[in-house]
Write a new protein. Structure first.
Length: 499
């Protein structure tokens, strides 16, 4: 098959906000305990953080990490996780039916984030709690000194404020599974009042209101409009969450789920702009896609979990090679919408539906999905160029007109490198992708990285961590104004040019 990609340096989607390469750590399963934190592990530092895990996180170059939930946050008392570790309460945690020891909390997570080179995206509890507790938490984190909560932080050993910039106003408040779920009216009101007091205390913060828990929620659309009608003046972003699965064992359809993500984003943009018009506002609300990933492998296993244990093996999806292709398509889709998607969080980061896995007391390794994320996060910064793609399409019983090639070009900030990300969705055929370089004459190939495997279900494990890893032997031939990249069947490709 042949396909063509035309790029022009003046045709931009937009400047990529690096925070679209965010991720997420929830107090859930082994994300925190025996994930990032395991004081008895041989690589752990003086605060109990595993260095082997932090090193892998650093390779992903994650600028922002959402914390502490997720569903967990809707029942969380943030004070439980501060002060003397020996006095912290053990509590039954209702969202995931585990025991929370509170050994790690707000203070420790700040310390971990520093080690990982990340900012924290802090979520507040709008389930069992409300505006006052959110305000107190903000005072604890960001107020310099001389007030009750800022002085409590200082007494706990943190003289300097944490300076947390991005705050999520609750989590998935439309979901019946959420602790103290709300109607759109109820949530809109409480989110508005919480936002007001938070911005009053610290006008520099950026606030994210909850959108729908996924595209298929019965209240989708109306939820977004109602919430924004209440909060428009005070919030900066609206959240989107969506997880994708191949429970139907239908890979051609699964590979097309990024088209659904694209539709979801465009629908939410339209709703934000509808409320903008209705309010005659000059302000634009952007999007925070702060939970996205593939999630389904662990569903059956999780039904058998014993409740009320500490750090169970929960939501531990073992990702296949085809999942990595899907993650690649989803990353390209976020880039294609970077004019409005300013933040996004791969959910999650360690052990829980994550690119990084650990054994208790043992190894840490990269899952298949680690690689497309690492490539995009490291090479996909700068300006996203509008991709004009000419290629064949296929249809399945469920989705029509799926392009075989999903692709985008990114110009780095210094305008010295052009990177093309491309997935060939065909399960049978190689695609020769002709890249029109007439706007980048004399571009020189730096490398063509490929992630491929003959077995779509191939995985990485503790004993075979390098079963699915990228190689550098991709073939791209460059002529003066054109390059031809060979995209092997079902492959993820990163083609980098010096320009
Ligand atoms: O990421 C796992 C869970 O998925 C989160 O806690 C919740 O927000 C979503 O439903």
């Amino acid at each position: 098959m042949k396909a063509k990609l035309i790029l022009n340096k003046d045709f931009e989607v937009g400047i990529i906000d690096e925070r679209i390469y965010g991720s997420f750590i929830e107090h859930l399963g082994r994300a925190v305990y025996n994930g990032i934190y395991e004081p008895t592990h041989e690589t752990s530092d003086n605060q109990g953080f595993r260095k082997d895990v932090t090193d892998l996180v650093k390779k992903l170059n994650v600028p922002i990490v959402r914390y502490p939930g997720g569903n967990f946050v809707s029942g969380y008392n943030w004070e439980d996780g501060t002060g003397d570790k020996n006095k912290r309460p053990r509590r039954p945690e209702l969202a995931w039916r585990t025991i929370e020891t509170n050994e790690v909390g707000i203070d420790e997570f700040q310390e971990w984030a520093k080690r990982a080179g990340s900012q924290v995206m802090q979520a507040v509890n709008l389930g069992t709690r409300g505006p006052e507790e959110a305000r107190q938490l903000l005072e604890y984190c960001n107020f310099p000194k001389g007030t009750y909560y800022s002085d409590l932080r200082r007494a706990n050993g943190f003289e300097e404020p944490f300076g947390i910039k991005v705050w999520c106003l609750g989590n998935e408040m439309d979901g019946p599974w959420q602790i103290c779920a709300k109607t759109a009216e109820e949530y809109g009101r409480i989110a508005c009042e919480t936002a007001k007091v938070m911005k009053e205390l610290d006008p520099t913060v950026e606030l994210v209101a909850c959108g729908s828990s996924n595209l298929w929620m019965p209240s989708f659309g109306k939820w977004e409009a109602t919430v924004l009608e209440h909060t428009y003046k005070y919030v900066d972003y609206l959240s989107l969450h969506n997880y994708y699965n191949n429970t139907a064992e239908d890979t051609p359809t699964f590979l097309a789920c990024s088209l659904e993500m694209d539709k979801f984003i465009k629908s939410v943009v339209a709703i934000c702009d509808y409320v903008k018009a209705v309010k005659h506002s000059d302000k634009t609300i952007n999007l925070s896609f702060d939970e996205w990933n593939v999630w389904f492998h662990s569903n059956e296993q999780d039904k058998k979990l014993e409740p009320w244990t500490v750090a169970p093996h929960q939501l531990e999806d073992v990702y296949t090679f085809e999942d990595a292709l899907v993650v690649g398509c989803l990353l390209i889709t976020l880039l294609k919408n970077c004019d409005r998607v300013k933040m996004a969080c791969l959910a999650q980061l360690v052990n829980v539906i994550a690119p990084i896995m650990t054994e208790n007391g043992g190894a840490a390794w990269a899952q298949t999905i680690f690689y497309p994320f690492m490539h995009a996060s490291n090479y996909g910064r700068g300006t996203a160029l509008t991709p004009v793609v000419i290629c064949d399409k296929y249809s399945t019983g469920k989705v029509k007109d799926i392009p075989y090639v999903e692709t985008i070009g990114v110009l780095n900030e210094e305008k010295t490198a052009l990177t093309i990300f491309a997935v060939n969705r065909s399960l049978e055929e190689q695609v020769d992708l002709v890249i029109d370089l007439s706007d980048f004459v004399n571009a020189k190939l730096i490398e063509h990285l490929v992630l491929e495997h003959l077995n779509l279900k191939a995985v990485n494990t503790a004993t075979d961590p390098d079963n699915v890893v990228p190689h550098l032997n991709g073939i791209t031939k460059v002529d003066r104004e054109e390059a031809v990249a060979t995209l092997n069947k079902h492959s993820w490709n990163v083609i980098r040019f010096a320009i």
